[in-house]
Design a protein around this ligand. Structure first.
Ligand SMILES: *Cc1c(COP(=O)(O)O)cnc(C)c1O
Length: 429
């Protein structure tokens, strides 16, 4: 037995499972090479923005109190703006999560009587209460902002006629969610998003086009802000935090719209001027610097899993060959046991809490039990290897992340090992 095989064996991976995984990995070489090229390009993009803005050692120091003249914070915001090719950016630990960043961008730019349009069907679950699709205290609906939604066509493409019909004199802001999140529709490419934005601007040129960029950053060479988005918004405990940001969100885009968001985040008049970064600057910089290669590792993991499970007869979305526009992978097992064993494998491969066994439980806000696997350095971070699945038909597990490709590989092999051990899967000879 070679030393690699012996090492995997020590971690609980049989030679048979390893050999199966290695065979598939070999077949993915050219795709992995392509991902590495994208990471190389994006690494240079981030590095260039850091050099251009003269990031210095002093930028890494903490600030306290009001945070006036927080040079590290302000420079980091310029680095984000230059990376996303926008006029301005807001990158803050005060943005508690992705939903908060999206809510701040929306509330900062919408006024009573304005209408918000989602041309891509239902937005991410947590936005339902922000918008007021599900009534909630302080929702945009309570402030007199109306909402309209145009469903995607059967084949997952944009309903251009429906979108044209939905845009009216009150339409102020269009929210385009890039990633499918936990829906079954496809994730949109940056190119598709660009086409949609051109179409919308052709009908109403002053409408604000905002993209929920969660899980999409650095998956491609271009970002939605390169193809016409006025605002891009995301979470730092996903791709752009590179696994190091302990909290935070970003809003990048046109100066005026970012300022509107900043006025909402802090208060009118103070905007971006206040908000001490405390001690997070250093992690924000370093995480952003690592993000292109971290995202590449997660992407390889997603493709590896799609290829492993598709060949074993399970439905996977995206499929084994499809081009990727985010880091999420769905695998449909068709049985509760499949979902549970998969999640146990992901948990067992974690650097933190590897010894605990995840179990399905009745999570608030869900209509079925849900099982979650995560052994993360940053609580709830989903750029770290993580998986979750509702225990209901069609018994699909969603997984994402992996700070390194090697860890993602181990996680997926471990999930396969659990399924093989429970005889839910038989490997081909
Ligand atoms: C994660 C995510 C959000 C919200 O992020 P939280 O950080 O969980 O609040 C919004 N939209 C999409 C597409 C996401 O993936």
């Amino acid at each position: 037995m070679g030393e690699m095989e012996a090492m995997y064996r020590e971690l609980g991976i049989s030679s048979q499972v390893l050999a199966y995984g290695d065979k598939i990995e070999k077949e993915l070489k050219s795709r992995f090479d392509e991902i590495d090229k994208t990471a190389e390009y994006n690494q240079l993009k981030v590095l260039h923005a850091m050099q251009k803005n003269k990031v210095s050692e002093a930028c890494l120091y903490p600030s306290t109190g009001y945070g006036y003249n927080d040079m590290g914070r302000d420079t980091l915001e310029s680095v984000y703006a230059d990376t996303f090719h926008t006029e301005s950016a807001l990158v803050r630990p005060l943005l508690a999560c992705g939903t908060h960043a999206l809510a701040v961008a929306l509330a900062g730019n919408l006024r009573p009587g304005d209408e918000l349009l989602s041309p891509v069907g239902k937005p991410y679950d947590t936005l339902e209460e922000v918008i007021g699709i599900r009534p909630s205290k302080g929702s945009l609906a309570e402030y007199g902002v109306t909402y309209r939604q145009v469903e995607l066509l059967e084949d997952g493409t944009f309903d251009y006629d429906g979108i044209r019909a939905a845009i009216n004199e009150n339409t102020k802001l269009v929210e385009i969610q890039r990633s499918k999140g936990y829906l079954t529709r496809p994730t949109f490419s940056v190119e598709q998003i660009g086409e949609l934005i051109s179409f919308i601007k052709g009908i109403k040129s002053d409408v604000i086009c905002m993209v929920d960029n969660c899980y999409g950053e650095f998956v491609e060479r271009l970002e939605p802000s390169d193809v016409g988005a006025d605002l891009v918004v995301g979470s730092l405990i996903k791709n752009p935090g590179g696994g190091l940001a302990p909290i935070g969100g970003y809003i990048a885009g046109k100066e005026e719209y970012v300022e509107n968001a900043a006025y909402r985040l802090t208060c009118p008049g103070l905007g971006k001027e206040v908000g001490a970064s405390l001690g997070v600057n250093s992690a924000f910089y370093q995480g952003f610097f690592l993000s292109p290669s971290v995202t590449a590792g997660a992407l390889k993991g997603a493709i590896f899993a799609a290829n492993i499970y598709e060949r074993l007869g399970f439905a996977v979305t995206p499929d084994s060959k499809e081009e990727r526009h985010d880091i999420i992978q769905a695998v449909t097992f068709g049985t509760p046991e499949g979902v549970i064993e998969f999640c146990k494998g992901i948990q067992a491969a974690a650097p933190v809490d590897s010894y605990v066994e995840p179990e399905p439980w009745a999570m608030p806000g869900y209509d079925s039990d849900v099982i979650m696997a995560a052994g993360a350095f940053v609580s709830g971070s989903s750029i770290e290897l993580s998986a979750d699945g509702p225990i209901k038909p069609p018994y699909t597990v969603y997984f994402q992340g992996g700070l390194t490709w090697y860890h993602a590989k181990l996680g997926i092999l471990m999930s396969l090992q659990k399924l093989v051990d429970k005889k839910l899967v038989t490997l081909p000879e």
